[in-house]
Design a protein. Structure first.
Length: 322
DNA sequence: GTCGGTCAAGTCGAT
DNA sequence: ATCGACTTGACCGAC
């Protein structure tokens, strides 16, 4: 028997005026003559983003969802070089505390997917330093929310730089330059153009990093289409020392031509075929729904799965495979 | 109210 | 060479 929990990403298509990713560009920041006033505006935006996150969590819990990925754009310009003197955490204490209380009270699993500028296998020093800075921000936010930062940020391996083998070894080299607290944050995901499941497993096993399997990416980028089945036990093995249950990403191709793009919703038949293959291999698995329609896609998937062969619904966002 | 252009950051594939 | 996509837009000004 395996318990499956569904989560969704960053924002709701149902809640109005609830963006957790409101922003201010550097250009807009500079246009405000009074720098202190401009910083206060940044802080107002960040506070509003965090308050909207709390609304999103409440909306989620009201619908049985306890698994959620935060936007990584909560604090506009947080790591901009011209704003290195801005101590943004100071102004965010209260909204972070409110999130902390709600997350604990409802035993939520929350995490991040830092954006694609975070590259751990780059040979460019500045890019690596900026990546470290961005990861540190994520760690600080997690601590502010009272969440143990271990395995809360999923990243891609990075760029191929015209030599994938060399790029993998560069990752290992750079890993040694990361502070331990940041190493602990990280999970790695197979990507849809460069680093396959097999490539990613190589790093995860060598460095002790949990692997977040993305089935859609695998279908877009594989050595053998079915090899995920032979590698599945290895994927499970990368979670052996994690305090959290294994997690994976679920999405469906938009269409044949735009195969890599996310569809509005999830194809339930394909998802169930996948689930029936992994049934019983783990006691619990958390599936992050990556679909254009966000929470609506989760609710629709849940409806579609109800009554399907081998599925026993527990509530709107979790079910048993039996 | 809707549409098009714009906005910090890196890399890749498509054109 | 340039552009859009990526993992998740949002905002502003023109109409």
């Amino acid at each position: 028997m395996t318990i499956v929990k569904l989560g969704y990403v960053a924002m709701s298509v149902e809640l109005q005026n609830c963006s957790p990713s409101q922003t201010m560009t550097f250009k807009q920041f500079q246009a405000i003559k009074d720098r202190e006033a401009a910083i206060r505006k940044l802080e107002r935006i960040a506070i509003s983003n965090l308050e909207n996150c709390l609304r999103l969590l409440k909306h989620s819990v009201a619908n049985d969802i306890t698994f959620f990925r935060f936007s990584s754009r909560l604090i506009p310009l947080a790591n901009h070089p011209e704003l290195s003197d801005w101590k943004y955490l100071k102004s965010l204490k209260e909204p972070l505390k409110a999130l902390s209380e709600y997350i604990q009270a409802n035993s939520m699993r929350v995490d991040f997917h830092p954006d694609h500028f975070v590259l751990l296998n780059t040979t460019n020093k500045d890019t690596l330093n900026n990546s470290i800075k961005t990861l540190s921000m994520h760690e600080a936010l997690l601590r502010g929310m009272g969440v143990d930062p271990e395995h809360r940020c999923v990243l891609h391996v990075g760029g191929a730089y015209e030599d994938k083998g060399k790029a993998l070894e560069q990752f290992i080299h750079n890993w040694g330059l990361l502070p331990r607290s940041l190493q602990a944050l990280i999970m790695l995901e197979n990507d849809d153009t460069t680093f396959t499941l097999n490539d990613t497993l190589y790093l995860c096993e060598k460095l002790g990093i949990p692997l977040v399997f993305d089935y859609h990416h695998h279908l877009a980028n594989f050595e053998n289409e079915d090899d995920w089945e032979t590698h599945w036990e290895r994927v499970v093995g990368t979670w052996e020392h994690s305090p959290l249950p294994i997690k994976m990403h679920i999405s469906s191709p938009r269409n044949e031509k735009e195969f890599r793009a996310h569809a509005d919703h999830i194809d339930p038949a394909m998802f169930n075929r996948f689930l029936q293959k992994i049934k019983g291999t783990v006691p619990e698995i958390h599936c992050m729904i990556e679909a254009k329609k966000k929470d609506e896609a989760l609710f629709k998937l849940s409806e579609d799965l109800r009554g399907m062969e081998g599925i026993k619904m527990m509530n709107q966002a979790s079910f048993m495979l039996e």
